[in-house]
Design a protein around this ligand. Structure first.
Ligand code: HXC
Length: 262
């Protein structure tokens, strides 16, 4: 993208891989409304761009994001929050982006930062990543999906303890508990392996990739029976793609599939 932003940076580290880097270092990437607006605009562009198959969302080594912007929130009234649907626009990430988003988390991922990471399709992190939902300490609660997504991810017992105490947890724990798919000893390893995974995904049929993302995410919303039925419908629909024919023919002929993404 040729647009220039104040609080984020856009790059293309490899063909097919778009990266959004949160870049508000003075506030440890606190997620003020203008930052979220920029993020949504950038993600919409990457979602529409034929140069991008997979998106990496990251921060700095020190902070993925230290939460919603506390100074912005402090004076909000109920009426303002309610009538302006405060925080609602954060979830456009989960509803408008069909391409997989990988969160690469190093340092602080607190409050809304932890919630933003959990909105992504996949989380990779460093061992010393610092996750948590400390909203209780501010007299509020995880309002960007944290109470729901954390509980689904790690179960009620641990989620309840974390949300009621506000205690943070490490990248090692995030991986052990299943929030993060993988954990790495260093920031360099995190970024390198995130990129490798993004390239792997970008190498497949993007029709299948987007369908896989869709059905896995549906599992979080639907009852098992409905989810299995939903999955089957999408599975059937992929027999209408060229890439299913190409992929299965290539297997039978022991050749590499040349995807058409159609
Ligand atoms: C606004 C923030 C911020 C935040 C950090 N800063 N987090 N500003 N909102 N969430 C600012 C600090 O005010 C400070 O600015 C600068 O970033 C550096 O932070 P320090 O505190 O000096 O850094 P450090 O001592 O290294 O401590 C790091 C930290 C701490 C442990 C992450 O900053 C912290 O506890 N931050 C708040 C974490 C939090 O409570 N997050 C949840 C927010 S509520 P100055 O100007 O002083 O240099 C939330 C609601 C979610 O997310 C519900 C809806 C989304």
């Amino acid at each position: 993208s040729s647009k220039s932003y104040e609080f984020i940076q856009i790059s293309q580290p490899k063909p097919g891989v778009g990266q959004v880097t949160l870049n508000r270092p003075k506030a440890l990437n606190a997620l003020c409304t203008p930052l979220i607006n920029e993020l949504n605009e950038a993600l919409a562009d990457l979602n529409a761009s034929s140069d991008t198959s997979v998106i990496i969302l990251t921060g700095s080594q020190k902070a993925f994001a230290a939460g919603a912007d506390i100074k912005e929130m402090a004076p909000l009234t109920f009426a303002e929050a309610y009538t302006k649907s405060f925080i609602e626009s954060w979830s456009s990430l989960t509803t408008q982006v069909k391409k997989p988003i990988i969160a690469a988390v190093s340092g602080h991922a607190l409050g809304g930062g932890c919630e933003l990471a959990m909105m992504c399709d996949l989380i990779y992190c460093t061992e010393n990543a610092n996750f948590g939902q400390p909203e209780i300490k501010l007299g509020t609660l995880p309002g960007a999906g944290g109470s729901q997504r954390l509980t689904r991810a790690i179960g009620k017992a641990k989620a309840m303890e974390l949300i009621l105490t506000g205690k943070s947890f490490s990248g090692v724990e995030a991986e052990k508990w299943g929030i993060a798919a993988r954990v790495f000893p260093t920031y360099e390893a995190l970024m390198e392996e995130t990129l490798k995974t993004a390239e792997t995904i970008a190498g497949y049929s993007q029709v299948a990739v987007q369908a896989c993302k869709e059905v896995v995410n549906k599992s979080q919303d639907l009852a098992l029976r409905d989810g299995v039925e939903y999955e089957r419908r999408v599975f059937h629909s992929l027999f209408g793609s060229q890439d299913q024919k190409i992929g299965m023919k290539a297997f039978a002929e022991k050749k590499k599939a040349e995807w058409t993404h159609s």
